[in-house]
Design a protein around this ligand. Sequence first.
Ligand SMILES: N[C@@H](CCC(=O)N[C@@H](CS)C(=O)NCC(=O)O)C(=O)O
Length: 220
Amino acid sequence: MAKPPLILYGHPFSSYTWKALIALYASEVSFEVRAVDPQYPEHIATVQAASPLGKFPLLEDGDMQIFEATSIIEYLNIRHPGPEVLIPSDPAAAVGMRMLDRVFDNYVMTPMSAIVMEHIRSPDAPDQARIAEAKQQLRKTYAWLEGWLEFYPVGDQITLVECAAAPALFYADWVEEIGETCPRLQAWRAHLLKIPAVAQCVEDARPFRANFPPGAPDRD
Ligand SMILES: N[C@@H](CCC(=O)N[C@@H](CS)C(=O)NCC(=O)O)C(=O)O
């Protein structure tokens, strides 16, 4: 009997949904996307019931539910391995990769989201001090990544690092542009956006750009 496809609950404009989607595309596994959208209250109910704060993405594999984008990637790596090695089997190499995953979530996604949240909370008068603090964190992280990239083998591979980096850098650049002081990071972001799995996410999100609370720039 054919196995039912995996189901991913998420939204095409959501950065963390991209992170899981990129890994799903790379795994070449069959899956279905269920939009977390007021049009589908049953999808929202499923997501709300699955995790403490009802965040997405959420992956369903039969009776299994996995939330947290990184955990979804860990799960795909062991249960649905594809042509790409999402996480290396060497334990030390895997620790290095997981560390970078934390860098993208904690030091790129988090300050980027803080700026977006400020614009949602107070669209007419977002707190400029909070925004400045988040932008400063982004600039410090960009500078660190610029150094890290000197030794990173940039290529078309899709690992946990690319899954975490692509959406984080895509949206972070919109709120605090990666300047010319970080040429390697600028070039890597451009390279990531051309990888087919990432390019698919960029295209599927395009219709929602007008909804980006701080305003989407006219590029990418
Ligand atoms: N730590 C979570 C973060 C997920 C997250 O923040 N998802 C956002 C969409 S990008 C979300 O669920 N937003 C709706 C909400 O917070 O209610 C992960 O890695 O999956």
